[in-house]
Design a protein around this ligand. Sequence first.
Ligand code: AMP
Length: 210
Amino acid sequence: MAQPRILILGAPGAGKGTQSATISDHFDVEHVTTGDALRSNKQMDISHLDLEYETPAEYMDQGELVPDEVVNAIVDEALSSADGFILDGYPRNLEQVEALEGMTDLDVVLALDVSEDELVHRLTGRRMDPETGDIYHLEYNPAEDPAVEERLVQREDDSEETVRERLRVYRENTEPVLEYYGDKGVLERVDGEQAPDEVWEDVRAVIENA
Ligand code: AMP
């Protein structure tokens, strides 16, 4: 399989971003991630769509899903120029699954399994270096350079309250997506609580054996 079309599923904090970056490098496929795409366009004017809010930011900062028509358009555009891809953060509900099926076929669908307690711990301890974009964790991956440590910031939606809401939204909207691919018999589950390089070994094996 030269340029695989891969979907990675899992809760916020399951490690999709980390694994997707490695997958993208190793298999030479494009990393398509709706979370990053939306963060770069948080203030985009969507008032013409006549939705509840006028920008993605208002949905995101509360941990709610950005409306399907906005997200579907972003993914459609990104996939139309990609040969192979690793799709991360989408689809997050069954309507998005249907939209995706109209855009492309998939070669691999994998899910990272992580318990809810561990997800909360990972997300609320996550910090970002605003200068480099590098991700740290207060306990698992602390910044060693005091200058870096001092400038670290928390993502607005990583506060405990918003994390709990994001996980509720995940259970309600995105778990049916896992069930859907599970019922289709195509879902490959990987234990996401292992160390990142052990997760990667399992992820790579799943993709290579697809
Ligand atoms: P993430 O970085 O994947 O956790 O996404 C951050 C936020 O972006 C989410 O909490 C949503 O508000 C929004 N978002 C990302 N992907 C989607 C999607 N597929 N559908 C709707 N909203 C999304």
